[in-house]
Design a binder for this molecule. Sequence first.
Ligand code: ATP
Length: 308
Amino acid sequence: MSLIHVSSLTKSYDARPVVRGVDLDVEAGEIVGVLGPNGAGKSTLVECIGGLRRRDSGTVCVDGLDPDDDPPALRAILGTQLQEARLPKKTTPREVLDLYRSFYPAPRDTDELLARFGLSAQADHRFERLSGGQQQRLSVGLALVGNPRIAILDELTTGLDPAARREIWDFLAELRREGVTILLVTHFMEEAQHLCDRVAILDGGRVTAFDSPDALASAAGGVQRIRFTPSRPLGGQETARLLDLPDVTDLTVDGDRVTVTGGEDAVGALVTHLAAIGVSARGLRVEAPNLDDAYLSLTTPHRSEDQQ
Ligand SMILES: Nc1ncnc2c1ncn2[C@@H]1O[C@H](COP(=O)(O)OP(=O)(O)OP(=O)(O)O)[C@@H](O)[C@H]1O
């Protein structure tokens, strides 16, 4: 069986269904991303998996254990980072890391973690004096202090500057090499693309897709965007003619920049046609479909609560 097995999971708040029959299997050593709009149920789902919330129905099995039973064996192998770190204002990173270390049989070293998360200089500062990004880094460190085999990380790089984000990505890549299994809630497509072996897209409490980032991107329809500046202005008819080219589906003009959308054959047809009318395509860029395209095609933007 998979290391994390979820089937038909449901959870409601005040009779309002938020997670509506989720199936999810995560294999040992994978990094699996959970993506979806605000309110899609991502945190609720991973909190049910991590034993922080009780599900209403369905099955959750983590390394053979049911998190609702709160088994000590599960606490020993699971590290969870919550969306918002809520720590006492007057404690310091060193104190809180030392406290969390004491809960685990084989924890990581406090100074190593402080250095790893760029907090050595703030080790003895009160939590309330840390910046938002430093608080965030501490909360990721706390999830990992117990040397967990499974880590559940909820929006781990929100609020971090690009360098800190890269450092955390490198650390997660290292953890993956050590065989740690990671369930990662994120709003950053680049993060999911960079780190995740597979991505589950959650919309309105249901998984609408679960596959590798590349497979999701290809399934988004194989649409490419071709951007260029014509070497001379195109007339109205010349511009309209581009829409008739094979495999071209859409066209927008913004100043002197033209964007043509279409399938795999569109770029060849476009370049050949432009050459035939004596125009070259300056600054030509072809953007392949990416995870953003897949995400947008698989989720409902601004789904209101009464639509759920
Ligand atoms: N403790 C709670 N009591 C009542 N409603 C809740 C509770 N926690 C979450 N909700 C509601 O459940 C829905 C799903 O919330 P959840 O936090 O799981 O979504 P999410 O996908 O993680 O959202 P976000 O991307 O904004 O963090 C939201 O409408 C939220 O307001």
